[in-house]
Design a protein around this ligand. Structure first.
Ligand code: ATP
Length: 195
């Protein structure tokens, strides 16, 4: 009997990618819940502007993700349009073919989910796997009933890109929050006001 492919999509600004993201990626990989994890840096996030360019954010993701089970997709960076998750899912379904598709999000992003472009249609295409982030309890009553979702408790790390950008502005050390290749890239390109 052939097993169906189970794809997980992990999208985000990754401005920059940090150890919280990487811990999530390795936890998903170890869980064996999915056959492939596809990491998708947003090209033009339409709800909130990014600081680093799409090319820089993609390069940092590529520099830090190197595992056979994880694919970094540049589909949103290549797309000359706002990065809607629904377009990404359709494009990846087209590229990877039949299987189940799930979307990974942190619990902080849950409150905004209802405002995602064509969310009703998107919810027919993917199940959401919600990762509990420190400080962001899941309020199940606020999630519309048409959204298929489940909680995934991984013991997520209390790290955010906002805190990293703030630390760089204030000339503080960020080496505990990002991996070495990302730290090097930020320093070389003097991103986020790094000295
Ligand atoms: P910012 O601080 O700029 O909002 P962020 O650290 O939340 O950034 P994003 O690139 O916006 O990072 O997040 C992409 C996805 O990863 C989102 O679904 C977010 O909830 C999730 N995520 C971010 N940080 C963590 C973390 N430490 N643990 C688990 N999930 C995370």
């Amino acid at each position: 009997m052939t097993e169906i492919n189970r794809y997980a999509i992990f999208g985000g600004s990754f401005d920059p990618i940090h150890r919280g993201h990487l811990f999530l990626i390795s936890s998903i990989e170890k869980s064996s819940l999915f056959t492939k994890l596809i990491v998708v840096p947003a090209g033009q996030p339409w709800q909130r502007p990014t600081i680093a360019s799409a090319q820089d954010r993609l390069a940092m993701v590529q520099a830090s993700v190197s595992s056979a089970g994880v694919i970094v997709s540049d589909c949103e960076v290549r797309r000359n349009a706002p990065s809607y998750a629904i377009d990404t899912v359709r494009e990846l379904q087209n590229d990877f073919g039949p299987g189940s598709y799930s979307w990974i999000i942190g619990s902080d992003a849950l409150s905004g989910l209802e405002s995602w472009h064509e969310i009703r249609e998107l919810a027919t295409l993917v199940e959401f796997f919600v990762i509990v982030r420190p400080g962001y309890r899941i309020d199940a009553s606020s999630i519309p009933s048409f959204i298929r979702w489940r909680e995934l408790e991984i013991g997520a790390l209390d790290i955010s890109a906002t805190e990293i950008r703030r630390a760089l502005q204030e000339n503080r050390d960020i080496s505990t929050m990002v991996d070495e290749p990302v730290l090097r890239y930020i320093r070389e390109k003097r991103l986020y006001g790094a000295a």
